[in-house]
Design a protein around this ligand. Sequence first.
Ligand code: ZN
Length: 95
Amino acid sequence: MVKMTIGVYKSNKNAGRFRFHRKKTKKEWKHYFIDIDEDYGNTFGSEWVSGFKARILKRKQQYKRTFVCTNCWKRWTQYVPKNCHEVDECPFCED
Ligand SMILES: [Zn+2]
């Protein structure tokens, strides 16, 4: 089971529980991820994390990008690291 980070945002922990926002409600980091499980398939999930862990997770965050294969010219979307703008493998050309 691998958690692939797709977002780390500051969020209001009390959102929804109180009708009116108090000015001093503490914002906490929320980690959004895709749980990659080869047997049961991928599921989306979220969890509260500390500020320290949020910084680590942000570095590993994946971004959804669209790629075009220069061989078969088909498009697909894939989660890749921030500075990755090219992938070697085309899901349609693979043997
Ligand atoms: Zn291709």
